[in-house]
Design a protein around this ligand. Structure first.
Ligand code: SF4
Length: 440
């Protein structure tokens, strides 16, 4: 019995779970569609006990029981583990951007959203009692009222999300440019695999290498993958009760912070790392430095611990900056040398009071060891497996389950949607690998 509700749902939760898992496995993810199929499709009729299940019941059940569904995933993983289908010797992790919005999308800035919100509030105020509406039936009038209220709530949420995004921007111009989806305000604009941009969520999936079973799933609003690896590993520990011995990712997850974090947990991390020069070409360009005066042309003298510039002048040590996994040592030329130099306009045009600075980054020993390891044939061979294992569940969920865009809206609900899809995928893996007909 639940407070505020008439009583226990008349429909057995096991039956609803079966219908949703079966529906997802067949690429059917709409509550109305499943309700309709219960009327005539023998498989749905059998699962539904020959009853037609109201689509509201199905729809509410899908998003209302997060804790129970997490528990069900853990139970299924326990079963798969007992069958010897999970070893946790190697976990492969990947992220994938899934469009949000529940179909279609409209963006707005503060003014645009505010205008729509005012209109929605007026409509809500003008709405009378649905039972007294003359032109349409009370049922239709009630549905319309609900739609207008939901729209108002969505627009109010869009303004709140806009504030959250603005808080992450540093300049006034960037803050003024923020646009939010009015259809799904919690989605964030992310780069897609086809190069385009769309309001999306970042789905993070960890897969055990042994039989490609999903051992962890999360959804985030962050477009970049760097910050998602440690939470993903923690999720695997939460669902499996222990950490994977090794984690394999693409370069999008490899940062010095992540190398150190996984090392501290005793996890072997395999993933290629970009060189990440301390002073990037982008920085040089912004400072107006000519490519013929980029840091690579400055010669480092290890004995004297100084740099020599193209004009033959010395750049001496000028402090250091410690960062996670790296220490940046600064070297600076004398201001007098640079002000008098004939190359100044090409070398450091924006410097008015000081000489040119060069940064020499030295990696933490753990980061240096990671780079060395990634040069070995063994690491390269392990990394080559990544695509076939880590991308397998993503491809299955897209192709077989048909989840290319979220049907639901909002971070919590899309999290539930992907959880159902992963649960369905794991059960299908179990059937594919273990289930045999009794007469076989
Ligand atoms: S501007 Fe300064 S650092 Fe650059 S070449 Fe001239 S003396 Fe060397």
């Amino acid at each position: 019995m639940v407070e505020g509700e008439a009583g226990r749902s008349a429909t057995d939760p096991q039956l609803l779970i079966s219908l949703w898992i079966y529906g997802y496995s067949k690429g059917v993810s709409a509550a109305r569609e499943i309700s309709r199929l219960c009327e005539y499709d023998p498989a749905y009729q059998w699962l539904g006990g020959l009853e037609v299940i109201n689509y509201h019941t199905l729809s509410d059940f899908r998003v209302k029981h997060k804790e129970a569904l997490d528990g069900l995933l853990i139970e299924v993983l326990g079963l798969l583990s007992a069958e010897g289908l999970i070893s946790l010797e190697r976990g492969l992790h990947d992220g994938w951007k899934v469009k949000g919005g529940g179909g279609g999308d409209r963006f707005g800035g503060e003014g645009g959203i505010g205008g729509h919100l005012e209109l929605a509030r007026e409509q809500v105020e003008q709405m009378g009692d649905p039972g007294t509406a003359e032109e349409v039936s009370p049922r239709v009038a009630k549905a319309r009222q609900r739609a207008v209220r939901e729209k108002q709530e969505r627009l109010e949420l869009a303004l709140k999300e806009m504030e959250k995004i603005r808080a992450t921007k540093s300049s006034k111009a960037e803050k003024a440019e923020v646009r939010v989806s009015m259809t799904d305000p919690e989605a964030r604009v992310m780069k897609q695999s086809d190069g385009g941009y769309a309001p999306s969520y970042n789905v993070q999936i960890s897969t055990d290498a042994k039989e490609k079973v999903i051992v962890g799933v999360e959804v985030s609003q962050c477009g970049s993958d760097y910050g998602e690896l440690v939470p993903a590993e923690e999720k695997v520990e939460e669902t499996m009760g222990r950490a994977p011995e090794q984690m394999v990712t693409d370069g999008g997850f490899v940062s010095r912070e992540n190398i150190l974090a996984l090392k501290d947990k005793g996890i072997d991390f395999i993933g290629p790392m970009g060189e990440g020069v301390s002073q990037s070409a982008g920085q040089m360009k912004r400072r107006g430095v000519d490519p013929s005066f980029y840091p690579e042309v400055f010669h480092y003298d290890a004995v004297r611990d100084t740099y020599r510039c193209p004009a033959g002048k010395s750049l001496r040590p000028h402090g250091e900056e410690k960062r996670p996994g790296r220490t940046n040592y600064q070297y600076r030329a004398s201001a007098v040398d640079c002000q008098r130099c004939i190359f100044k306009e090409k070398c450091c045009p924006q410097n008015t009071t000081m000489g040119r600075t060069i940064v020499r980054g030295i990696d933490d020993p753990a980061v240096a060891a990671h780079k060395e390891k990634m040069e070995t044939e063994e690491a390269k061979q392990i990394y080559r497996q990544r695509g076939t294992v880590a991308e397998f569940p993503n491809a299955w969920i897209k192709e077989k389950i048909g989840l290319r865009q979220f049907r639901l809206r909002g971070l919590m609900k899309v999290g539930m949607e992907i959880l159902w899809a992963c649960l369905s995928y794991n059960i299908q893996q179990w059937i594919r690998l273990c289930w045999r007909p009794r007469w076989a």
